[in-house]
Design a binder for this molecule. Structure first.
Ligand SMILES: [Zn+2]
Length: 286
């Protein structure tokens, strides 16, 4: 919820003031709509929730069209569907794509929840429910800001596309192919990943990079039968010890990744993205 330290970011002016005022006046309604969204048990990793995933996608699509977005669709991917919507009535203005996801992490261990994970509850100004802070809440901030602009100004100061997937927590397996097949539909000048936190309560933040993750199954084989420690200990390498050495060797003492060549790839990709970012900024600020 808004704190006293909060100040609106750009674009400042009467239109954004009106939208913010309107959003504040509808706060209770927005919170109850968010609760409705959190109530869908959209655990992507659980195949038993497939029907709920679809119900949630349908709910989002009808919500987006009700608030004035256009070309709304629940699009097939081979996995959980992508929800798409746009508002493209600002000719000559940049187009921003807002990315979000409606799938959530499993809620276990259930015993650690003070209230059931899919029965959202408000305590001390916060909503507690699985997915409320990843990513249904963040996504809703963008949805509701667009709604507030449309309701008070009848339009937006730029073009907006929403792309909301249902596979983020399980690795977005179908997203790359979806993007390839829908190049035109997702074409934008900038993309906002609506899946990041604020710097703190009352401190909005623009996240421009996130760390990645690598997962791997490693299988180590040792002797085919148990070896007597008195006879072989120390002389034959123990597979558990070898595994620890292997994992320990992934980073150096300063925490840098020690895999040969990794830092070179990382450094060059950073240069490329900074360069293309500057080019993009120059192009859109003309
Ligand atoms: Zn997320």
């Amino acid at each position: 919820m808004a704190s006293a330290a909060w100040r609106p970011l750009t674009p400042a002016g009467p239109a954004s003031d009106r939208a913010i005022e309107w959003a504040r006046s509808w706060n209770r309604r927005f919170v109850s709509e968010l609760a409705e969204l959190v109530r869908f048990p959209t655990v992507g990793a659980d195949p038993r929730q497939a029907a709920d995933m679809r119900r949630c996608a349908d709910w989002l699509a009808s919500h987006l069209s009700r608030i004035g977005l256009e070309h709304v669709g629940v699009l097939e991917t081979g996995g959980p569907p992508v929800v798409y919507a746009d508002w493209l009535r600002a000719p000559g203005k940049p187009t921003v794509l807002v990315y979000g996801h409606y799938d959530v992490q499993p809620a276990e261990p259930l015993g650690e929840w003070r209230t059931p994970p899919f029965e959202p509850a408000v305590r001390a100004g916060r909503i507690f429910g699985r997915g409320a802070s990843d990513d249904k809440g963040q996504l809703f901030v963008h949805v509701k800001s667009v709604q507030s602009w449309l309701a008070t100004s009848g339009g937006l100061p730029l073009n907006v596309r929403f792309l909301i997937e249902g596979e983020e927590e399980t690795g977005s397996a179908h997203l790359p192919e979806f993007l390839r097949r829908n190049r035109k539909r997702v074409q934008s000048d900038a993309a906002i990943v609506s899946d990041t936190p604020m710097a703190g309560e009352g401190i909005p933040a623009i996240t421009y990079a996130l760390r990645g993750a690598l997962s791997a199954d490693i299988e180590l084989r040792g002797p085919v039968r148990d070896l007597h420690s008195g006879a072989f200990g120390g002389a034959v390498h123990n597979p558990l010890q070898a595994m620890c050495e292997l994992i320990g060797s992934l980073h150096d003492h300063d925490g840098r990744v020690a895999i040969h060549g990794f830092m070179i790839v990382f450094a060059s990709s950073r240069r490329v993205s900074a360069h293309s970012w500057r080019r993009r900024v120059r192009a859109t600020s003309r």
